[in-house]
Write a protein that binds this ligand. Structure first.
Ligand code: ATP
Length: 215
């Protein structure tokens, strides 16, 4: 598939967050969305996912046949969307049944994330990093070409960051697309960077704080 964004604008609570954003992402490509806190990275991903209406501009996908764009993507965001009372395996079974196009089994996906031992534990008992890894395991139980990842390394230790980098590499090698909002390098080799919002201030910290648009 190919994702095409043209002159996109975002407004939240009446305030313009960004405007005139245009880019395209094709098969096997990675795009790192960067920018300071509040620049609109999560808002952009929410728009791509069809969860937030653009203020202007368009988002479209090519080569997806009869499917809609939301049917072609996975989102892993700040909220993990896991049900605490269900076990890790049950959460993944639920995602698999809901999303369709099954790929790896829940057991295989948890193994890939280095978590075979938590399969039968309620997700509410897991650590923050383990929960994040279960959320990322959803990418594997259902085949979807576009991965939208919002700060995917949050709460991950170095070893798990390496596992995630490997998953993204394999997904792209198979023709998949990755769009990731991030403040740190993700191991997304040769990915393009899309920096949104005003440039980071190079002034002294106190000056930078003065110049932030806090209100
Ligand atoms: N639900 C909402 N209602 C109103 N305004 C919102 C909402 N969510 C975010 N905003 C505002 O939109 C702007 C962009 O927020 P967003 O979360 O997209 O930024 P971000 O670049 O992802 O930030 P961070 O790096 O801190 O995660 C911020 O000013 C934020 O206060």
């Amino acid at each position: 598939m190919r994702l095409i964004v043209e002159t996109l604008a975002c407004r939240r609570s009446g305030r313009r967050i960004f405007a005139g954003l245009s880019f395209a992402v094709g098969p096997s490509e990675g795009l790192m969305v960067t920018g300071r806190n509040g620049a609109g990275k999560s808002s952009l991903l929410a728009m791509l996912a069809g969860r937030l209406k653009p203020d202007a501009g368009s988002i479209r996908a090519e080569d997806i046949g009869e499917a809609t764009l939301p049917e072609c993507l996975h989102v892993v965001g700040h909220r993990d969307g896991l049900k605490s009372a269900l076990t890790a395996a049950e959460n993944l079974e639920f995602a698999r049944d809901l999303l369709g196009s099954p790929a790896a089994s829940p057991k295989e996906a948890l193994e890939a994330m280095g978590l075979p031992h938590v399969a039968r534990l309620p997700v509410g008992y897991l650590s923050a990093g383990q929960r994040r890894r279960v959320a990322l395991a959803r990418l594997l139980v259902c085949r979807r070409p576009l991965w939208l990842l919002d700060e995917p390394t949050a709460a991950l230790d170095l070893a798990s960051q390496g596992v995630l980098a490997g998953l993204m590499r394999r997904h792209r090698a198979e023709g998949g697309l990755v769009v990731a909002a991030t403040h740190q390098a993700l191991g997304l080799e040769d990915a393009r960077e899309l920096r949104i919002g005003p440039a980071l201030s190079t002034a002294a910290p106190e000056k930078a704080l003065e110049s932030e648009d806090w209100l």
